[in-house]
Design a protein around this ligand. Structure first.
Ligand code: NAP
Length: 384
């Protein structure tokens, strides 16, 4: 179904964390020049659009109700960053009402549905195009960790070089949402305040400082750990998302399931699955997800060829030479945050043998991990 020249595009969830980054990116890429945007809200319908989008909302039109199926059905495309509960509540009834438009979504709810494609076009444009040919109407952004990993290492999968992969992740607070980021920073502040006088005194003993910090961490109230449930500042949490009851977390399951679906692999595509397993860990970073990866390659490929493949895969790969100097300056969340770059470094053959490759990747999970694939999908729909 071709879109009209300037399609009416409904935006839901634009004031949330992912939604705000999406609006920023759509502004930067002048996407709004090509659409008629319509802004929905689930909490402030009928009010004037706030300053953040007032210039985009035609004639200052009031926000529409995100639960009004008729208003939603007037859009050719709906982009939602509102969250899984919203998708669960609205998508089915909207389709049941006969709406045939395109649904582009950041939430996980529809990702694994047979009639939905997970979008990451620098990696899986052919899968997206096959979906469009088959009449797919639901295009869903992938898990942030998976998308960032594939933007960096997709070349190895495209070349069918990967026999299996494991990931140990170091995931940022932003993966949980805005409140999680605030909680992390508040905890850091509390810990600092607890030892401020000792820090200011150069003669104080480091073990006294350490004891005070641990005491402060263990003493954080349930209000101070409301989002992560336990302290994250100065600590880490080796479990992300729900417990699948088999020793794995849902985040770890997504690594294998979504990577294969994005790449168009597995029984539903008539090909074998590439085995992928992960250990997902929350750390005290703000919005960049990092991952240490181990690959078993199907062939012994020289390191120089691997470097060339990764570097040339897409323009967002920022290759970081495997030296101390380059790594500590270029391969950190601080270096990557807020940029479209996916840093790839520490790439080397492992002592395990010539078929084993190690790598470390970092990406801003609000950009490639969430907002960017959504806006690019809209562009793809407009080009067909
Ligand atoms: P979020 O920040 O919690 O925003 C979701 C909605 O909450 C907003 O659109 C807004 O809806 C409402 N809201 C209520 N109070 C708010 C406030 N004070 N400020 C802003 N919004 C407020 O959610 P999110 O982290 O962007 O995630 C949205 C979806 O993307 C989820 O399904 C998530 O799983 C998925 N996702 C998230 C990430 C991530 O890194 N966070 C990455 C990939 C995918 P109304 O304006 O209608 O009230």
């Amino acid at each position: 179904m071709a879109l009209s020249a300037k399609p009416r595009v409904g935006l839901v969830g634009w004031r949330g964390m992912v939604g705000s980054v999406l609006i920023e990116r759509m502004r930067a890429e002048k996407d709004f020049d090509l659409i008629e945007p319509v802004f929905f809200s689930t909490s402030n319908a009928g009010t004037a659009p706030p300053a953040a989008i007032a210039d985009l909302a035609a004639g200052g039109k009031a926000l529409l109700d995100g639960n009004d199926l008729q208003a939603l059905a007037s859009c050719e495309v709906i982009i939602t960053c509102q969250g899984g509960d919203y998708t669960q509540a609205v998508h089915g009834p909207l389709r049941a009402s006969g709406w045939k438009g395109y649904w582009i979504d950041a939430a996980k709810t529809l990702r694994m549905n047979d009639d939905a494609v997970i979008v990451l076009d620098p990696v899986n444009l052919p899968v997206i195009q096959q979906g469009l040919t088959k009449g797919v109407k639901d295009f869903i952004g992938g898990n942030c960790t998976v998308s960032c990993m594939l933007m960096g290492m997709g070349a190895l999968f495209k070349a069918d070089l990967v026999e299996w992969m494991t990931a140990t992740t170091y995931q940022a607070a932003s993966g949980g949402g805005a409140q999680h980021m605030r909680e992390l920073l508040t905890q850091y502040g509390t810990l600092n305040a607890a030892v401020r006088p000792l820090l200011d005194n150069p003669a104080s003993a480091i073990l006294d400082i350490d004891r005070e910090v641990v005491a402060a961490q263990r003493g954080l109230s349930s209000e101070q750990t409301k989002n992560f449930m336990v302290p994250l500042g100065g600590s880490l949490i080796p479990w992300i998302d729900s417990d699948r009851g088999d020793g794995t977390s849902l985040e770890e399951w997504k690594g294998g399931a979504e990577t294969n679906k994005i790449l168009g692999r597995g029984p539903r595509f008539g090909t074998p699955l590439t085995p992928i397993d992960s250990l997902c860990v929350r750390v005290g970073a703000m919005r960049c997800h990092s991952q240490a990866l181990t690959f078993k390659l199907k062939r012994d490929v020289p390191l120089a060829d691997i470097e060339a493949m990764i570097r040339n895969d897409n323009v967002w790969v920022r290759w970081v030479a495997n030296t101390r100097q380059d790594t500590v300056h270029g391969l950190t969340p601080v270096a990557v945050s807020g940029t479209m770059d996916i840093a790839v470094g520490r790439v080397r053959k492992l002592a395990l043998g010539a078929h084993y490759l190690g790598a470390f990747t970092i990406g801003d999970q609000l950009l490639w991990g969430a907002a960017e694939p959504l806006r690019r999908t809209l562009r793809i729909l407009q080009k067909q």
